[in-house]
Design a protein around this ligand. Structure first.
Ligand code: SF4
Length: 397
């Protein structure tokens, strides 16, 4: 074998080795691709099967809800037909029918109270709750239904509320011999902020839903269970909301169906019995009836809300800080410390530290806050009304 042939053979061996290696690599790649294709196919089949099951479930639910809606509408039409004077109840008419019936009911409190299985009065112990409680207790007593009334107070604790609120709510209820239930909201507003790392605000009012509404709703379930009825219970849930308080509140209705809390076991109506009253009318009724209100009002706090309510304006918050100082409460320090720790301001426009600084400035110029019993009525209705109120309170003591 000559040298040229030897070299040609070596080159041929190199090419054969390279071709074999390329073939082996291609074979491995082909195996991998085949496996991936099989996996993808299996996954796609699984996804397809899952989607198919979801589709079937959704279609079954669609059929069920269609049948339930048809039945409910037929029942409604049959029930309403004798009163409808030949008119159908479909579409928008249904909401009109509901609005008409709710208006009629709101205008007949004693009958409504009589028809209810339980009347739940949500009391903050504030001035609006107080007048609402007085009216409802009076109507319930006239209707002989005092035993079906329960006064519920959500206690947010002493890091959220003014001292004595819970005890006052209880005294207010007991004045009429009503059952009183306090619901503890562990941690209150301070705890909620600590947990979430931010303060609630008007658009995300988690404080009301988490600290009050959700807890009160649990109680509704317990009340219905305790009633032990073999039919749907009628629960009337009463709140001291007034149209004059804010544009948002003015858009609410005096009486409405609480669709979120109602179910087959209970029809829950939300009732705002003092919806149309003005601030002055509230204070007139408190004065005339000698109702016991919280002393924070005498320091001219407009609402008995949380001490530092996220909905309060700057001047009200400043007054709250000064009232804390007058009462020796540590809340301004606790809240500003929390604000600094979580790095989130009490309000977008200003911090609580700004509020405290303004309170200190006013305090330096005017001295500490002071007040006398009856100042709230004095401020709203004049000296004579305050004197008469204090006399009524003294006589009742
Ligand atoms: S009083 Fe104000 S801060 Fe307190 S729970 Fe209600 S909205 Fe929130």
């Amino acid at each position: 074998m000559d040298i040229t042939t030897r070299l040609q053979l070596l080159e041929a061996i190199r090419r054969a080795d390279q071709a074999d290696a390329a073939h082996t690599a291609a074979g491995r790649a082909c195996t991998r691709a085949t496996r991936a294709a099989a996996d993808a196919l299996e996954e796609a089949q699984q996804t397809h099967a899952d989607c198919g099951r979801r589709k079937q479930a959704a279609q079954a639910k669609l059929r069920r809800t269609f049948a339930a809606a048809r039945t409910a509408n037929r029942e409604l039409a049959a029930l309403y037909a004798p009163h409808a004077r030949g008119r159908a109840t479909g579409g928008k008419r249904r909401s009109d029918v509901a609005a008409g019936i709710l208006d009629e009911l709101a205008a007949m409190p004693p009958e409504m109270i009589q028809a209810a299985d339980a009347l739940v009065i949500q009391s903050s112990a504030g001035k609006d709750s107080l007048v609402m409680l007085h009216r409802l207790a009076t109507w319930a007593a006239r209707a002989g239904c005092t035993d079906k009334v329960v006064v519920v107070h959500c206690d947010l604790g002493d890091t959220s509320e003014w001292p004595g609120v819970r005890e006052l709510a209880q005294r207010q209820a007991e004045r009429y011999g009503l059952r009183f239930v306090a619901i503890d909201s562990e941690g209150g507003l301070l705890g909620l902020v600590e947990k979430r790392g931010m303060f609630p605000d008007a658009t995300r009012r988690l404080c009301t839903s988490t600290l009050k509404r959700d807890k009160a709703n649990v109680l509704l379930t317990a009340i219905v269970t305790a009633l032990g009825l073999d039919r749907q219970a009628l629960i009337i849930n009463c709140l001291g909301i007034r149209a004059a308080e804010s544009p948002a509140r003015s858009r609410k209705l005096p009486l409405s169906i609480d669709a979120r809390t109602s179910n087959g076991k209970r029809l829950v109506l939300t009732w705002h019995p003092i919806f149309a009253l003005s601030d002055t009318e509230i204070w007139q009724e408190i004065a005339a009836e000698g109702l016991e209100y919280h002393p924070a009002y005498d320091a001219l706090m407009p609402r008995l809300s949380c001490v530092f309510c996220v909905l309060a304006g700057f001047s009200v918050l400043v007054r709250a800080v000064r009232l804390c100082w007058a009462l020796g409460l540590p809340l301004p320090e606790q809240y500003t410390e929390l604000e600094a720790r979580i790095g989130h301001r009490f309000k977008e426009q200003y911090s609580l530290a700004d509020v405290v600084a303004e309170a200190a400035r006013i305090e330096a110029a005017e001295g500490p806050l002071s007040w006398s019993r009856g100042d709230a009525i004095r401020d709203q209705l004049g000296e004579a009304a305050a004197a008469a109120y204090l006399e009524r309170l003294a006589l009742a003591a």
